[in-house]
Design a protein around this ligand. Structure first.
Ligand code: ADP
Length: 418
């Protein structure tokens, strides 16, 4: 939509510019024509013209006749018209312009009688083209006085003819619309093509995007069902291992089965166990963690007043994933701050390789792993943070990631109400 409006605006502007330019050129032609026409404005002609004013004057005042067509009064008009057409044609040349022109007297003030000789909205045409104008533009305007006195002593006449005459010349480029259109048609076609191309590309990208999304969701379903299908062989294996008598093989197989189970359960979130985590259980949990990650320096701060909502296995799963990640991604130090008051706040900060700001939105997507060199040798399915987010969402809580100078900090907030 915006694109169409912008293109429209652009074409409109080009139209106006082109129109302005063509009118400027037409004005120059009209101007030149007018210059040539001025050569015919000789003194004899002017006298003739003033004589016509006289006829106009007497016509109106003495015979009391209403003059309806004063433009007809000026008898020389016809010859001038022909001259105008000829000069104009020569000046236009092969530019394709159709120009209308007119030179007229639009006011004749009889200064003796203080009276306008021309009826309102009527003018005395000096010359004009055959093609008439609908919206004339002024080329120039002029004002001049004619003063003649005649004395006739026999008749005791003292005649004075003083006139103040106002005239103007106008022109119009009659075929301006067609000329402009001819010039900007290629532009319109190109603009249309651009719009069509962009709409086509846009539709194609949307289609591709949908196709990709469908493929990704199919892939997710497949991985989920593989994990689900693995449950049965794991159970059978567990049962068979229990029967094995060789204790060394048994221990080895049990470790491998445990690994398999962990992978499968990381894809499928376990249901809540219905037991709320308390301060003692938290303490137990962290001493286990410290033993498992003996190379990491833990700083644990717990401010426990009450827990009305967070279940034990959800707490474990959140902590397991966050601590496991910190350890996988280079942390030497992990700080855990837990507050269980009006709100449940859990903050896990580390000093590992950190998370780039632009990845903040992606890391909670299922199977998403940041692709970077540091990750190449770190195992993972990209489901850890997805599960953490899912659990937090279940409690209508929030999870916030804050990249630090060195490392990253995750802050979870959960309402503490039953
Ligand atoms: P993975 O199995 O890849 O660890 P997760 O969902 O747990 O999957 O994490 C998603 C991505 O976020 C990881 O691939 C990793 O690049 C990044 N990440 C998560 N936790 C941390 C962390 N503590 N430090 C640095 N990067 C992390």
């Amino acid at each position: 939509m915006i694109l169409v409006v912008l293109q429209g605006y652009y074409i409109y502007n080009s139209y106006r510019l082109e129109e302005k330019e063509l009118i400027r050129q037409a004005r120059a032609i009209a101007d030149k024509t007018l210059d040539t026409m001025e050569k015919y404005e000789t003194e004899t002609n002017e006298e003739k013209l003033v004589g016509d004013f006289q006829r106009l004057k007497t016509g109106i005042t003495i015979q009391k006749e209403k003059i309806t067509q004063p433009e007809r009064i000026y008898s020389s008009e016809k010859i001038y018209n022909e001259k105008l057409e000829k000069i104009l044609k020569k000046n236009i040349g092969d530019s394709g312009f159709e120009i209308g022109m007119k030179s007229e007297i639009y006011s004749i003030l009889d200064e003796v009688q203080k009276k306008e000789l021309l009826p309102t909205n009527r003018s005395l045409v000096l010359y004009q083209t055959v093609k008439k104008m609908s919206k004339p533009l002024t080329i120039n305007e002029g004002k001049w006085s004619s003063r003649q006195s005649r004395q006739n002593t026999d008749l005791k006449l003292d005649e004075k003819n003083y006139y103040l005459v106002k005239s103007k010349s106008t022109f119009q480029l009659l075929n301006v619309k067609i000329l402009v259109l001819k010039k900007i048609i290629p532009l319109i076609i190109i603009s249309l093509l651009i719009v069509i191309l962009i709409v086509y590309l846009f539709r194609n990208s949307i289609k591709n995007l949908n196709r990709q999304e469908k493929k990704i969701s199919q892939l997710h379903t497949t991985i989920d069902s593989i994990a689900h299908e693995l449950n049965t062989p794991i159970t059978t294996l567990k049962f068979s291992v229990a029967q094995t008598s060789d204790s060394e093989t048994k221990a080895f197989l049990e470790r491998q089965i445990k690994r398999l189970e962990n992978i499968v359960s990381s894809i499928h979130n376990n249901d809540s166990d219905g037991i709320l985590i308390d301060e003692k259980e938290m303490g137990n949990y962290f001493s286990e963690v410290k033993k498992s990650f003996d190379k990491i320096d833990f700083k644990i701060k717990i401010d426990f007043t009450v827990n009305k909502s967070l279940f034990q296995n959800d707490f474990r799963q959140i902590m397991d994933n966050l601590i496991d990640n910190s350890s996988k991604y280079g942390a030497k130090e992990i700080e855990v701050v837990i507050k269980m008051n009006k709100l449940i706040e859990i903050e896990v900060s580390d000093n590992g390789i950190g998370i780039p700001k632009e990845e903040k939105e992606n890391i909670f997507d299922k199977y998403y792993r940041i692709s970077r060199v540091e990750n190449l040798h770190v195992n993972g399915l990209g489901v850890g943070l997805f599960l953490v987010k899912k659990i937090v969402d279940k409690y209508k809580g929030d999870i916030d990631v804050n990249p630090k100078k060195k490392g990253v900090s995750f802050k979870i907030t959960i309402p503490n109400e039953a």
